[in-house]
Design a protein around this ligand. Structure first.
Ligand SMILES: [Zn+2]
Length: 388
């Protein structure tokens, strides 16, 4: 009797687990922000399974990812004369990775995205994260578009001479020479519309956000931001912004970073750092390189940080919030895998993506809604922007 009951339970568990994995596999899963190219730039071969970080081509496939926008990023230290060249190097690195990976192909047009989906290969696209990489030049913008740039994030944390970032608008405020888009900034947005490059409004200041929405004639993307009402970070969108993106027929792709999901995360982390002050002091005393020290501190404190992680359910709360506020047609996934030091529980790396599908089904979302959220909303915005 007992073994029969166990058999029955195993059967039902398998069935419900199977439901979400089957749907996840057949749905188009699109992730609009992954930073793994930074690891490729450091010489890692991502065409094979790796043990570091959150992703590689093998694990993307296992996570059911069908469409991946790879972030091409450099910091503000890559100024004029270097930033554009750095972007080209990163694009070439992605193209080289795709050429070594039979399961993936570069997809610069919407038709090629469809072709990749048919062939069950990962459609690889380029997201240039920061307008500073065009170095104030429309010729560079056009060149990057010709190289396959699918979106450009108008600013990263650093402002450009033509657009202000969320970081600067909130921290520098009135001391800024201007806020929002300049006339040249408006020209950049119009040219992006003509070139088939999606306008990405993650990282931009609120003024830039509203200025860009007033100019664009195409649906925009917010490639990796979450919900301000749940977690009031300057990187997250306020309700009126979410409503405006929906009105524009665009899409907001939720960022998985613990610090953008849970407003308590940073407080818990600083508590942990205070508790382990002596350990931190001993690491910083041994080395003068700030970033190396931070990495060493992060890895030493990793077991404690794990206790500070938000839950998977808290991550899905952000998707749920956008879906309830404006509808499930305007939300997607912008993981920020390999670009963040902490992710929610049960989202250790890209292979854990089906857990989102399971959670959405558990919350009563229909198959249609789940498919939209996982990728079809992003495909709609791509179709409206990209060359056919
Ligand atoms: Zn970012």
């Amino acid at each position: 009797m007992r073994s029969l009951l166990l058999l029955f339970l195993a059967g039902t568990l398998q069935l419900s687990a199977g439901d979400h994995t089957v749907l996840h596999k057949k749905a188009v899963v699109a992730d609009t922000h992954n930073d793994v190219l930074l690891r490729a730039m450091r010489g890692e071969d991502l065409s094979v399974r790796t043990t570091e970080g959150h992703s590689d081509v093998v694990r993307l496939k296992e996570g059911g990812v069908d469409v991946q926008i790879f972030s091409v990023w450099c910091g503000s230290e890559f100024g004029a004369g270097r930033a554009y060249r750095r972007a080209v190097e990163m694009i070439d690195t992605l193209k080289s990775l795709a050429s070594r990976s039979p399961g993936m192909m570069m997809t610069p047009t919407y038709g090629s995205v469809q072709k990749a989906l048919k062939q069950e290969r990962i459609a690889a696209l380029i997201g240039v994260e920061g307008g500073h990489m065009i170095e104030d030049s429309l010729a560079y913008l056009e060149d990057l578009a010709a190289r396959g740039m699918n979106y450009m994030t108008l600013t990263w944390n650093n402002s450009t001479s033509w657009a202000t970032s969320a970081a600067d608008e909130t921290e520098k405020g009135d001391s800024l020479a201007f806020k929002g888009l300049t006339e040249f900034g408006r020209t950049v947005v119009r040219r992006m519309n003509q070139l088939g490059v999606m306008v990405d409004l993650s990282h931009t200041g609120e003024r830039t956000f509203w200025d860009a929405l007033a100019v664009t004639t195409k649906p925009v993307i917010v490639s990796h931001s979450s919900v301000h009402a749940i977690c009031p970070s300057r990187r997250n969108l306020k309700d009126d912004q979410i409503k405006a993106v929906a009105k524009n027929n665009g899409v907001i792709c939720i960022n998985f970073y613990s610090g953008f999901i849970d407003s308590n995360y940073h407080r818990r982390v600083s508590q942990i750092r205070t508790e382990h002050g002596m350990l931190i002091d001993s690491i910083t005393a041994a080395n003068s390189d700030h970033w190396k020290n931070e990495l060493a501190i992060d890895s030493a404190l990793a077991p404690f940080y794990r206790a500070a992680q938000p839950s998977l359910s808290q991550l899905v709360d952000h998707i749920d919030y956008v879906a309830k506020l404006v509808g499930p047609e305007y939300v997607g996934i912008g993981s920020d895998f390999d670009g963040v030091e902490s992710l929610p529980k049960d989202m250790d790396d890209v292979t854990f993506l089906p857990n989102i599908t399971r959670e959405l089904l558990k919350r009563g979302y229909s198959e249609r809604d789940v498919r939209n959220i996982l990728g079809e909303n992003v495909l709609r915005v791509m179709k409206a922007n990209m060359r056919p």
